[in-house]
Each structure stands twice: as C-alpha cells, then as structure tokens.
Design a protein around this ligand. Structure first.
Ligand code: ADP
Length: 587
C-alpha cells in the first residue's frame, strides 16, 4: 500500500511462532513492524519459528533457528561436547558437572566413582539422572549409589545423562533456585553472541536441605523446574519482579549485592560460562549448517535465542545445567481460580523479561538498519552490576586484578558520557539512566527513539581475544567439513577420511593406510552403535574429533592434549595450504 511505499517496514512471518506468539506480537507492535500471522505468498524478511529451523521451506531472509540446534543441545550431545572440551581444557570447563552417558558409560561411571571414593573417603556424592530429550524435570531422579540407577525397562530405549549433583547451591530465603538467562547467537560465522542483561530465577517451593536418603525424592526441594513447582501448594505467583516463585535475576543480584557479594565478578563468570559453552557447541552447529544451507545456494541466515539454565553454588560459582534451544517465551501462566478451574493470566515477570529479549533480538537483526558506524559505546562487565543495582547502594569494591581495573576505568568513562548526555538532552539523572544505553539519540520520528536501550549486550567478539585459544575443535571441524566434500551430508565416508590422511600427509611407515582404514572402521562403528543418529552411515563429527585426538597423541606424544591437538591442527592446515597453493581454511 501507500504506507509501505512511504516507509517500507520489516515483514515478519509469525505463522509458526506457536507459544512465543504473544510476546512476538507485543514486540512487533512496539517496533511497528509488519506481522503476517498467516504467512505470506511473497518472502518475508524474518521468519519466527516456535520450534525448529525446518518448520517450512525458506530460501531467503532470516529465521530465528539454526539447523541442528535442538540436536546439539540435547542432554547427551551437550555432555559429549562438554567432555571433549573438559579433556582439552579441564580448568576452563569446570563449570559443567562431571557427567556420564547411560547406558554406554555405566561401567565407566561405576568405575570412576569407585576410584574417586577410594582416593577421597570423605566424598559422599549424590548423582542426578536425567533422561535424554526430557524436559521440565520429566523422569529425573537422585541417587546416592551408582547401583541405584534404574536399569529396568526403559534405559536401553531411553538414554540418559547421570551427573554429579551440586549439593551446596546458593539459597535465597532458604530456597534453592536456578537462573534462566537468554543468550542470542546472532551469527555463527563470524561468531556473535549477546547476553540479555536480565533473566528469570525459578525457585523451589520447599526449604532446601542437602540430599539425604530420606529427602532424595522431594522434587519441590531439589528441582527448580517451574512446571513441577507450580503444582506445589507452596507456589507463589509473582505479582512483582522480586517476590514469589519466579523473579527477575536482577532482583536476586540486588539482594546479593546488598549482602556484600561481588556481583561484578559473578557477571564476568557468567559471561565466560556462556562464551565457553557456545564455543563447545559451534563445531557441531557448523556441520549442520553447511549441510542444511550449503554455501552458494539460496537460503536464509539464522539467529537464535537460547535459554541457559545456570545454578549458583554457595560460593557464587555459576554452574551450567543445560541449554535450551526453545526456551519458553510464554508470558502468561495458568492459575487455579477455584479447585479444578484454570485460567490463563498474564505474568508480568515473564512479560518484562521475554518481550524485551524478543524485541531487542529483532532490533539487532533488523535488515533495514543501515550498517551504522559503530556509534555504540563499549560495554563491559561493570555495566551489568551497575544497571542491576542502580537502586542498591553500590560501594566501590576493591579491584583485585588488572582486568577489573581496566573495566572500572571504562565504566567511569562511560558514566561521564551519560552525565553529559543526561544534562544536555533529557535532563535525566544517573539513577534513571537506561543501563548501558547503546545508541546515541535518534530522530524522534523513528520508533527506535521511543524504545528503551537494548537489553542484549554483545559479549563476543567483544571478549574474543580472551577465548580464541579455546576454539580448537572449531578448526578440527573445519577440516572435517572440508573433507566432507559433497555438500548436504554430515558424515565422512572412508574415502573422505583417506583423502584427509593423504592430503595432510599423516600416513608414514609407522602408520600405514591399512592402519588408517582400521582406525576409521573402529571409531565409526563404535559411534554408530551408540545409536544417537544412525540415519546415514559414515563418521560423524565427534567420531572424527576422537580419531583426530588419537592421531595427535600418536604424533606428539609428550605434550598435554590441547597442545597435541593444536600442533596437529596447525600441521594439517599448513599442509593443506601448501597443497592448495594458498590458505583455504581459517586459522
Ligand atoms: P530439565 O530439562 O528436565 O529441566 P535440567 O537439567 O534442567 O532438566 O534439570 C532439572 C532441574 O534439576 C534443574 O532445574 C535443577 O534444579 C536440578 N538440577 C539439574 N542438574 C543438577 C545438578 N547437577 N545439581 C543440582 N541440581 C540439578
């Protein structure tokens, strides 16, 4: 129409939005973008899917899901990816509880626990068993002894993860709680990660006690799942953001800060946890990506909001519980009006957090936004604590290391900037400053001007330098993808593996091509018998990574594993570069 001719708005197909529809609608209204609730004959700029990438055939624009994300963050696949990283970088990845995959690693689990107990008799662990693909606490139980794993019936058909139970969580009001944080993976290549400055905290409804044989089964004490606790008689629907069984994370941070906790350090730990976790997931995601959206063919670009479930330990160390590919974006909850009579009522806590996340995700992927010069201020760790605790009195805590000094310097520079802005423009005082306001003021005509500052803060590539050495498996995956050859596949055939060995010149008198074939067959057979994905035969990425680690150990015996792998990656990249006359791969 005439209006769209005057000001071409962004078009969004919301026909597959499912339970995120309400929050999406509010976001689109705020942005004044055009919604197509029943889809559209012409292509849209953005497709908003409630479930997966594959919800329809899209050849252009952007879609809010990555292919393979659901598979990649499943409990078992996530545990495997984390294990690989823990093997390479044990200290950097100690934010994920020790985990074993059932049933295949049951003997390993039993043996390792026995060994650990022998070496430390005072260790009285508890374990949590979680079925793969489960959610909302479904099928989860706690055990004290590995022999209590329920092997009856379903475990063979339903694989699970068993992990060390974190016995000493941080409590607020004597209750255990976990944090749901929203993370935007804006792009995979180059890697771009944003974190929402506020999230939700979900509370248990019974006072916490450390696990004993007597209380192991008490789900309202040990599991923080909303879907479970809502059925507890003690559940309190929150009508404000800092009370009840679901609160904002910022309200918790304020409490902690007033107790004297180092909230700044907590945020920086959470940011590293998020970046490291995504670094563990990207190799697999890249394999799916090239298979579903082959380079050179028309296809959409992807972005995705992920839900990170994080548990704080008593000592404030954040631990990763899981990553959700489809975090709930519902902004209403069921309320029992009278016995047996339920009604959906709006949930202000959910709405506050989730609408901002969706709206600001859209603002960040806005296809019409001119690639403005980077007028944005640099964010830093300090931003978070400043914003969250603007109502608390924040004391100048002593800065421990250089890094924090550096950040505090940036913070004070930023404050000066705000003060200037505030006095010249809106006459706002610091208290009312929108947190880490990203944008310079815009012409009032744009709806953007009326919106609050972005709630999503870039953490990668911003902190890329500190983390790039962890991106080793990404380079192994690049080799894997290179030798996949034919696009559209996720598994390497025996010929592809031989070509890899030959082109990288890894075979010699000690390691014959026959030995290469045996290595390929051994590892591939084992991985394919584990029955996660035997759709097509061949070597999956994790199997290739395992083979690669084997080769690295063989070649560079005395080094620590991550140096062995780094050395082999470098060697392969160099030899391929020489072969192709120039560097074709990253590195
Ligand atoms: P689901 O997908 O079913 O929600 P989670 O892995 O999130 O499975 O686990 C459910 C709940 O169990 C978590 O919200 C948390 O309260 C508790 N939990 C899970 N893993 C651990 C652990 N390792 N230590 C302590 N509590 C845990």
């Amino acid at each position: 129409g005439t209006q769209s001719a005057r000001r071409p708005g962004v078009t969004v197909d919301s026909s597959k939005a499912k339970t995120s529809l309400e929050a999406l609608k509010i976001s689109l209204r705020q942005l004044r973008w055009k919604e197509f609730p029943f889809g559209r004959r012409l292509p849209c700029d953005i497709y908003w899917h409630g479930v997966s990438f594959h919800d329809n055939n899209i050849f252009s624009g952007q879609v809010n899901k990555f292919p393979g994300m659901m598979e990649t963050v499943r409990k078992i696949t996530l545990s495997r990816a984390m294990r690989t990283m823990q093997d390479l970088f044990p200290l950097e990845y100690n934010f994920y509880p020790r985990s074993w995959i059932l049933p295949e690693e049951l003997p390993l689990f039993v043996a390792e626990v026995r060994m650990l107990k022998d070496s430390n008799p005072s260790w009285k662990p508890t374990f949590i068993v979680k079925p793969d693909g489960g959610c909302q606490g479904d099928g989860i139980y706690l055990i004290k002894d590995p022999r209590d794993i329920r092997l009856t019936g379903s475990i063979q058909s339903r694989p699970a993860v068993v992990q060390e139970y974190i016995c000493k969580p941080l409590l607020v009001d004597k209750l255990k709680f976990d944090i749901r944080l929203y993370v935007l993976l804006k792009s995979l290549e180059p890697l771009e990660i944003y974190i929402a400055k506020d999230g939700l905290s979900r509370f248990c409804t019974e006072p916490y006690q450390e696990p004993t044989l007597k209380n192991l089964h008490q789900v309202f004490m040990h599991l923080t799942n909303y879907s479970l606790n809502i059925h507890s008689g003690n559940f309190i629907h929150s009508d404000s953001v800092n009370t009840g069984s679901k609160r904002t994370f910022s309200s918790i941070l304020c409490r902690l800060s007033s107790r004297g906790a180092d909230v700044k350090k907590l945020w920086s730990d959470i940011i590293s946890l998020v970046i490291k976790t995504i670094i563990a997931l990207t190799p697999e995601l890249k394999v799916y990506y090239q298979s579903d959206i082959p380079a050179g063919k028309p296809g959409p670009t992807c972005f995705q909001i992920l839900g990170f479930d994080i548990l704080l330990m008593k000592n404030l160390k954040p631990m990763l519980l899981e990553v959700n590919a489809n975090p709930s974006m519902r902004i209403e909850h069921e309320q029992e009006l009278s016995p047996g009579v339920f009604e959906n009522v709006p949930s202000p806590v959910d709405e506050e957090v989730k609408v901002a996340v969706i709206r600001d995700t859209l603002r960040l992927v806005d296809p019409l936004k001119k690639k403005r010069k980077d007028t944005q201020l640099i964010y830093d760790y300090s931003y978070f604590s400043l914003h969250h605790c603007k109502k608390c009195c924040y004391s100048e805590s002593s800065m421990k290391d250089k890094q924090h000094k550096h950040h505090s310097l940036k913070l004070s520079l930023k404050l000066k900037f705000y003060l200037k802005l505030g006095s010249v423009n809106q006459g706002r005082c610091l208290e009312q400053m929108p947190g880490g306001s990203a944008e310079l003021p815009e012409a009032p005509a744009s709806p953007e001007a009326a919106l609050p500052s972005l709630c999503l803060k870039q953490v990668f590539p911003k902190y890329a330098k500190q983390f790039s050495y962890l991106r080793l498996v990404d380079r192994v995956a690049a080799l894997f993808i290179h030798f996949l050859g034919v696009k559209g596949t996720t598994k390497l055939g025996p010929t592809g593996f031989r070509t890899f060995i030959r082109n990288c010149k890894l075979s010699n008198s000690n390691f014959s091509m026959a030995a290469v074939d045996i290595l390929y067959i051994d590892i591939t057979r084992r991985w394919n018998s584990m029955g996660i994905d035997h759709k097509d035969s061949g070597m999956c990425l994790q199997a290739f990574v395992e083979a690669f680690f084997c080769l690295a150990q063989k070649k560079f015996k005395s080094l620590p594993l991550h140096e062995q792998v780094a050395s082999l990656v470098e060697l392969c990249e160099c030899r391929l570069a020489a072969l192709h006359g120039k560097r074709l791969l990253w590195g």
